[in-house]
Design a protein around this ligand. Sequence first.
Ligand code: CP
Length: 304
Amino acid sequence: LRHLTTLENLPRETIERLLDRAGTMRDGCAHGTRKLDLLAGRTVLNLFFEPSTRTRTSFELAARRLGADVINFDIGFSSTAKGEELFDTLHTLEAMHMDAIIVRHKESGTPESLVRHAMSGVAVINAGDGNRAHPTQGLLDALTIRQHHPDFSDLIVTICGDVKHSRVARSDVHAFSALGAKEIRLCGPASLMPDPAEVPGCKIYDNFDRAIEGAHAVIMLRLQKERMAATDLPDEQAYFTRYGLDGARLKRAAPGCLVMHPGPINRGIEIATDVADGAQSRILEQVANGVFVRMAVLAEVMGR
Ligand code: CP
């Protein structure tokens, strides 16, 4: 794997290899603190045009734990603010000999554009583009589920919320489908659901009580207000009543159902605080797994 821009059409063996490697990194890292030197002498650039807490920090940690040097590009203080075009920025940074560029951008397709325009053969990893893909989130969600529910062939997973604007949902669907999940249910108001052709094989629901019935994992999504017109925003109280995850709804799922959320959480809008912080919550486990998945991806794209 030379770049990771999407999980769409990635073979199951590749996804399993990355998850296996992330698991090995997790087991071998003694709680994630031991450093390896697989990427010593390599330079990794975090190029984030949209805000991030989890993805950016975990890519930085992952790269450092593999021994790489890390540059965190500060868009606000960069020449982007003076009007420099994306590909001029790319070529400028390539001239400084970057080995990998991790990019987040509001425009879908930006990572592929960087791959096409790169002149140095730098590896490009997508950290989220528009509503299209967030491949390392898809991998870390799969790793978290696999840890508790290794056999995907009987897995029922429900993804609820603003699916239409969610790159996480799309990458989750690609990962879980490739791994042979039995049933992937997507739930939300019709105005926040994608065209069914975009999510082949998924079951679409607008009733969360039905969508969560018997699920082994439920992934809650926040309303992506930054991608919506103000007039499209639902009333938050009414939204929580229909699509929020509370303790009563969780009881409809399979016993021990994994409660997941890619973050950031909007408590009381898509998930109740006692559920987000409850015994079934795997949200912080997802965050921890993010570091190991990103270590595995960085090592893979840099041929180590
Ligand atoms: N899950 C996720 O992408 O979170 P951040 O926006 O904080 O990186």
